[in-house]
Unconditional design. Structure first.
Length: 504
């Protein structure tokens, strides 16, 4: 290879623009915006654009395999799902529907909409009862099973806002959004001359130079790294087109789903209440009379976590079942439905202001019912006086009853023999009887404010129910119970929901 030492040439005024491929005239402009800041800003812009495009693709791509993306247009499922989120629903078989799942269904109140709410129960006909997590009550309309489009499995936050703005004709947010996108696209080009420097052709030789000494004219159009304004603009337009197409596809998929609009009764949680971090020791403000977490691995004593030393005793086929909590290895109480229950240690006067609380779970389709918790005048066996109880009938409905001279009951409208954990609270006070399931008031009676006057014991999982409305086939409950408690006050809705959110 022949190496030729570079030679210096005098430069005319017209040739001062370039020298050996370096854009001399551009240096002052580059100095106005420092080298590193150009790289940093361009990199941040690329990351933001890439993240946005990835979210949009993640929201739209499942449609290719038959899943249904829909844009949430209300906060009825807050705080876990917000307006502007895109939720992707996966089709499921009817047998796979479970309480606690977030379902995308045909809205029974609007022909052109979907509804995205949580399944909280099924009624006696098999229809589904839904409720928005942010709504205080269940939806007024039940859902036939063939109206279910799928179960929510993917949530993409904020990805649906452009579609909502497009649907509503909100010009200003759209202008701001696309203006921000355009600004980011321009910002990605700030470092283009640093990463891909322009190598222009060397100027023609000056006329006053000797012909033999003129440097060669070099074209760099095909050199590696060479770019042009036209190619840079083309890349920008390609990125913008990809972003716009992704937005449109997401908006179209959502619009075809008619958007998930607000309903008269917005639903309750994104994941089923299968397991929660264990509920810690109650605060003194909750005034627990006793509180059983059924912790430990062996023995027949149910430790009272209230601090009142009212430890319970396991009777018959009462056992501990491992693993009712997600993050703590806390066992629960499992009952055989034949002889198992837990009783308190000493006789006490019956309360006229109280709350009963527990978590329970049956086998799916359980039809034997039984008493979950109650008060009676016998510590062992069947009581002859018995009320202040929550029990389940053969259909799985929950019943709260007291006896102020006659049996007074309130009943949940739907069944809870679903195989899923259910939180139930019943209260009696001067405000009347109230029954709350999974944090929602499902039944009440303001005319009943007292119970029977006698002394007795509390039992969990069993006692007499003879002559009570909705008499179940069994008095013994078969299933699993956790965090059973009695309080000497009527828990407020806020306290009930705090307990439910904390879990069992």
């Amino acid at each position: 290879m022949l190496l030729v030492e570079p030679r210096s040439y005098p430069m005319s005024r017209s040739s001062s623009r370039t020298r050996h491929g370096v854009l001399v005239g551009g240096l002052p402009r580059l100095a106005r915006f420092s080298f590193w800041w150009r790289i940093v800003i361009a990199t941040v812009a690329r990351v933001m654009l890439s993240s946005a495009v990835s979210l949009l693709i993640w929201a739209a791509l499942p449609a290719a395999i038959g899943w249904l993306p829909t844009t949430v247009a209300s906060d009825s499922m807050a705080p876990r799902i917000r307006a502007g989120d895109v939720v992707v629903a996966m089709p499921v078989d009817d047998d796979d529907l479970r309480v606690g799942q977030v379902l995308l269904v045909d809205d029974p109140d609007h022909d052109d909409r979907f509804r995205l709410h949580r399944m909280v129960a099924s009624d006696g006909t098999g229809a589904l009862v839904l409720q928005g997590d942010a709504n205080p009550t269940v939806d007024t309309s039940t859902i036939p099973r063939d109206a279910v489009r799928g179960v929510g499995v993917i949530r993409v936050p904020f990805a649906g806002f452009p579609g909502i703005w497009l649907r509503d004709g909100a010009v200003l947010p759209l202008v701001v959004f696309f203006g921000a996108v355009a600004t980011l696209l321009l910002a990605t080009r700030l470092d283009r001359r640093i990463i891909h420097p322009v190598e222009p052709a060397v100027d023609p030789p000056d006329a006053d130079m000797p012909p033999d000494d003129n440097p060669p004219v070099v074209s760099t159009d095909n050199l590696p790294g060479a770019t042009s304004p036209r190619s840079g603009r083309s890349a920008t337009f390609v990125v913008l087109a990809v972003l716009a197409c992704t937005l449109i596809s997401t908006a179209t998929a959502t619009a075809d789903a008619a958007f998930t609009g607000p309903t008269a009764n917005p639903t309750t949680t994104l994941a089923a209440d299968a397991a929660y971090p264990c509920l810690t020791k109650p605060t003194p403000a909750d005034t627990p009379f006793f509180f059983y977490r059924f912790t430990g691995t062996s023995g027949t004593i149910a430790t009272d976590w209230s601090g009142n030393n009212r430890n319970g005793t396991f009777q018959g086929g009462a056992r501990r079942a491992a693993g009712s909590c997600e993050t703590n290895a806390s066992p629960a109480l499992t009952l055989d439905g034949v002889s198992g229950y837990v009783s308190t240690p000493t006789t006490v006067a019956g309360l006229n202001v109280f709350s009963l609380e527990l978590w329970f779970k049956t086998a799916p389709g359980y039809t034997q019912g039984g008493k979950l918790i109650g008060f009676g005048n016998s510590q062992l066996g069947q009581s002859s006086s018995y009320d202040r109880h929550i029990y389940m009938n053969a259909n799985g409905n929950l019943i709260f009853g007291v006896y102020p001279g006659a049996a007074k009951v309130i009943t949940s409208p739907v069944s809870y023999n679903t195989g899923n954990w259910t939180h139930v609270v019943a209260t009696l006070s001067p405000a009347g009887m109230r029954l709350l399931v999974n944090g929602t008031l499902v039944a009440s009676d303001t005319t009943v404010t007292t119970a029977a006057a006698y002394s007795g014991f509390w039992k969990i999982g069993y006692d007499n129910l003879t002559s009570w409305p909705g008499l179940p086939p069994r008095f013994f409950f078969q299933g699993t119970i956790d965090n059973a408690a009695v309080y000497t006050t009527a828990l407020t809705d806020a306290q009930v929901n705090a307990h439910r959110t904390t879990g069992h």
